[in-house]
Design a binder for this molecule. Structure first.
Ligand code: FEO
Length: 400
């Protein structure tokens, strides 16, 4: 059965959610599912904005058939060639043989990489930054957005209704449950953490490119943002744009402390927990502790983007860093985090190596500092190290 909602008088959301997929991109846990958004503009010409992941194809084509209501589809605009949005392009072209593909040159090349369709040039309308498409009463303006989050990405701004089709930007993990607008849910309470986890893990590496797009967007009068995942924004856009500004500038949202620890038999955890107590005695609130062996790295990456101070505690393992901490740190470095303060606790029963190696990995991050003293354990925290642990807590507090 079709399942659509109006966004504006002329624009309809045709998306659908997948609640059965365990790992988005086969990496990121999505316990609350994910939505794939697609939109249809019903003007004198009809325009489809992206397709969907193949998991929701049946719903999508039913929605499209219903919304077209017998009209032909004139254009499909491809903002992003990742298969969670373009998987159904080949079937769409089969079902709508007259449709023209509106995209840039890089997208055209990627279409030929993903699908061997042998499309003649006249099936394409190639566009670039600043080009427009008039559909009758609407004017669509194309805005390039490279690396948000692939090189071919572009956005479309409908200057008639002041709608920005933002591709992956401003997306959120999580299914849509009837409510497709952010103002229909308690976004801050129920979805902000998942929006941050989505942004930081998927696009977080490309902060400067996101900043470029935000600069372009600030010159536009935007009333509605239609992303490819998650909620449509039509109220309080500044709240979410401000979050994107912070995340892409690698500025912490909260002056707060997260402790990420790895612990084989519990001794490193015990020491990290003593530090947490001393931090609390310093008056620090909302301390979060994450076991890197239990919590998927994507959640801790997201928390590292949220807070100003990150404590890393890990034992030595095979002469290096405890493997789950090492994997987490490689992931953190790959996401380009900057402007943070780190404190280090390490452990080892004979050669204590992990602290130096954790520091070596993190020194590649821009504008990050290490808080002294570093706490180094020989198997377990000792009575005579409590004062030093207190010193570290005080130094963390002093820099918050
Ligand atoms: Fe939602 Fe980069 O694809």
């Amino acid at each position: 059965m079709h399942n659509v909602r109006k966004v504006t008088a002329d624009l309809t959301w045709l998306g659908a959610s997948d609640n059965r997929l365990a790992l988005f991109e086969n990496v990121y846990p999505i316990p609350n599912g994910i939505s794939y958004n697609s939109y249809l503009l019903n003007d004198e010409k009809t325009v489809l904005f992206d397709t969907v992941d193949s998991s929701v194809r049946r719903q999508f084509f039913e929605n499209l058939r219903h919304t077209l209501n017998g009209k032909a589809l004139d254009y499909v605009i491809i903002h992003h060639m990742e298969p969670d949005h373009c998987a159904e392009l080949a079937d769409l072209l089969r079902i709508c043989p007259q449709v023209r593909i509106v995209c840039n040159m890089q997208t055209q090349k990627m279409i030929a990489q993903f699908f061997e369709l042998g499309l003649p040039d006249e099936r394409f309308m190639l566009v670039k930054e600043g080009d427009t498409l008039n559909t009758g009463t609407h004017t669509l303006n194309f805005v390039s957005a490279p690396m948000v989050h692939w090189p071919e990405v572009m956005m479309t701004y409908d200057s008639t209704d002041k709608v920005l089709f933002s591709a992956d930007a401003f997306g959120t993990f999580g299914s849509l449950n009837g409510n497709i607008f952010a103002d229909e849910v308690d976004f801050k309470r129920d979805y902000l953490d998942e929006a941050r986890r989505y942004y930081t893990n998927i696009v977080g590496k490309y902060g400067p490119q996101v900043q470029n797009v935000l600069k372009k967007a600030s010159a536009l009068d935007i009333k509605t943002i239609c992303p490819l995942h998650g909620f449509i924004w039509r109220n309080d856009l500044g709240y979410f744009i401000d979050k994107y500004n912070k995340w892409s500038a690698y500025e912490p949202e909260d002056k707060a402390v997260v402790i990420a620890y790895g612990s084989i038999y519990g001794n490193t955890y015990d020491a990290a927990a003593v530090l947490a107590t001393k931090l609390a005695e310093q008056g620090i609130e909302n301390i979060k502790m994450y076991d890197v062996s239990k919590t998927h790295a994507s959640y801790i990456i997201s928390e590292a983007f949220r807070v100003s101070t990150i404590v890393l505690a890990a034992p030595t393992y095979n002469g290096g860093i405890f493997v789950n901490m090492e994997n987490f740190l490689h992931d953190l470095v790959a996401h380009n985090l900057q402007n943070r303060r780190f404190a280090i606790m390490d452990n080892g029963t004979w050669a204590v190596m992990s602290g130096k190696q954790m520091k070596d990995l993190l020194t590649t991050l821009k504008n990050c500092e290490f808080i002294e003293p570093q706490i180094s354990l020989k198997s377990a925290l000792k009575e005579n190290q409590l004062a030093q642990t207190g010193e570290l807590a005080a130094a963390i507090k002093a820099g918050l």
